[in-house]
Design a protein around this ligand. Structure first.
Ligand SMILES: [Zn+2]
Length: 299
């Protein structure tokens, strides 16, 4: 049997490691060819000058970090779309002529479609429609991947009527908002403002907690957290949003990492369909129903 192929399309070097890295490591360990298609080289990331002491650029530094992270996760390849990191919403980098933000949607989609044709994946993962926390490059990746489905298969992925048997399964990477909602409630008790989170205090956790995306696939990755930790450590120049000195908040974040959540856009999710435990569409696990089990058997 041919090994499965998973294509991951994200915006920046580190999205693969700070995102669903457990799932990527798990599938790579199981023999799936996991390819990473990265839209930019993270040029707008905030980098401490000590990381650039050898005179290299931010793009070179972050590309090297991604190579090390890819090795830690067991990825089969890393490719780039060649755009420039647009920075956070409203930053001057949004308007840079080479930014992913400024690129025409059909052009980005066309490049993504070429990689899909080349790699022939069984499943694809991209960002969710909110860009995890509203990053414009993440949102552009989502929109361009959907447009690539229109170009390649003539379908609008996510449309309940969409039907194209040759199209790979398409998932967006998301995360359960339940723990985040809890963190948002608890943070003010410790003098923290959930509406001003992150290095630049420009992340509104309360708003992000309100962006609800149903989890239609959940992958248990506790056994792969060491690989995820090594991959995150490879991106030494980047401070993840989940990083915190507060032990209780760290415990919540760690708990969130043990299971990775996805929403399937193609094929459309059937009403009442059980949450998947795989991204490759194996037969769903039988669900033990206590109501049935407790009924007395007829004599
Ligand atoms: Zn990113």
């Amino acid at each position: 049997m041919n090994p499965k192929t998973l294509l991951v399309i994200f915006a920046h070097p580190d999205d693969e490691s700070h995102g669903p890295a457990g799932t990527l490591a798990k599938y790579a360990a199981e023999g799936v060819r996991v390819h990473y298609l990265c839209a930019t080289r993270g040029e707008s990331g905030v980098v401490d000058s000590r990381f650039l002491a050898n005179g290299g650029s931010v793009a070179e530094l972050r590309t090297a970090e991604l190579d090390r992270a890819a090795a830690a996760l067991g990825l089969a390849s890393v490719s780039f779309l060649g755009y420039r990191d647009s920075g956070m919403a409203g930053s001057p980098d949004n308007a840079h002529p080479h930014s992913l933000c400024a690129a025409p949607l059909n052009e980005v989609a066309g490049k993504i479609a070429e990689h899909i044709r080349r790699l022939r994946p069984d499943a694809i993962i991209t960002h969710d429609q909110y860009g995890w926390y509203g990053h414009p490059d993440h949102i552009k990746c989502y929109a361009a991947t959907l447009r690539a489905y229109e170009l390649l298969y003539g379908i609008r992925a996510g449309d309940p009527e969409a039907y194209a048997p040759s199209a790979p399964r398409l998932y967006v990477s998301t995360f359960s908002k339940a723990m985040l909602k809890l963190a948002v409630r608890v943070m003010p008790l410790f003098g923290l403002d959930p509406r001003r989170h992150g290095q630049n205090q420009d992340i509104d956790l309360a708003e992000i907690a309100s962006w609800s995306i149903p989890t239609t696939a959940c992958i248990q990755v506790r056994a792969y957290l060491p690989a995820k930790d090594r991959a995150k450590a490879a991106h030494a120049s980047q401070t993840p949003l989940t990083q915190t000195k507060r032990p209780w908040l760290r415990a919540i974040m760690r708990r969130m990492e043990t299971a990775e959540a996805f929403n399937r856009l193609y094929p459309p999710v059937a009403p009442g369909e059980a949450v998947e435990r795989t991204l490759f569409g194996a037969a769903p696990q039988p669900v033990w129903n206590p109501a049935i089990h407790e009924l007395p058997y007829p004599v």
